[in-house]
Design a protein around this ligand. Structure first.
Ligand SMILES: Nc1ncnc2c1ncn2[C@@H]1O[C@H](COP(=O)(O)OP(=O)(O)OP(=O)(O)O)[C@@H](O)[C@H]1O
Ligand SMILES: [Mg+2]
Length: 179
């Protein structure tokens, strides 16, 4: 399956309320693409369209093939202002980490805890069935969406995202060419 490389000009950057959060590696913003709201995560990696990077291509292809209700959908890569960005499904209810902090003094029901645990387990089971491994499972990488008034969890930041996230003072150059 081909990996979509989305041109910056096709992305509509919102003027207000566009910051979803930030991690150790950069900001995640809400943008519009092809009529939908999606999340765009900046990585530290420079991109050129001159050559190929086999490992990046392989990981991106693997992520494109993953499709499961408990996995945050990977839409493709974008190059914005010379940096590689990851475009993914927008999860409107934030992360499990935020949720747990917001509910620190307000107990979470057993049913809700079971729901989160089972969502996470289903996501991991699916990844393993596809020979993919999370490698950075933590509450900040479990994102939430509301279904019938109930928060449901999906796994994020595995595979390519993890690979592009690792911390290096002088990140290497990634060369993108996916046609
Ligand atoms: N797809 C998404 N939809 C909605 N919000 C998101 C999405 N991805 C990330 N976020 C928000 O952005 C925040 C930062 O995410 P990010 O993955 O950059 O950092 P982190 O997981 O907290 O730490 P790390 O630096 O280890 O990745 C998350 O806590 C979440 O609130
Ligand atoms: Mg994360």
């Amino acid at each position: 399956m081909d990996v979509q490389v989305i041109p910056q000009n096709d992305i509509e950057f919102l003027k207000q309320d566009n910051i979803l959060g930030s991690g150790g590696f950069g900001v995640v913003v809400k943008v519009k693409y092809d009529g939908d709201i999606v999340a765009l995560k900046r990585t530290k990696f420079n991109a050129t369209v001159a050559n190929q990077n086999a490992k990046l291509r392989q990981e991106a292809e693997k992520m494109s093939r993953l499709n499961h209700p408990r996995i945050v959908r990977f839409h493709g890569l974008a190059v914005c202002d010379g940096l590689v960005h990851i475009m993914m499904e927008y999860m409107e209810a934030g992360s499990l980490h935020q949720y747990l902090h917001e509910h620190a003094s307000d107990p979470i029901s057993c049913d809700q805890m079971w729901m989160f645990a089972s969502d996470i387990a289903m996501g991991i089971k699916y990844l393993h069935s596809k020979n993919a491994f999370h490698q950075d499972l933590k509450a900040a990488n479990v994102l939430l969406t509301i279904v019938d008034g109930v928060p449901r969890a999906k796994l994020s930041d595995f595979g390519l995202t993890g690979m592009l996230n690792f911390s290096e003072p002088n990140p290497c150059r990634l060369d993108l060419h996916f046609d």
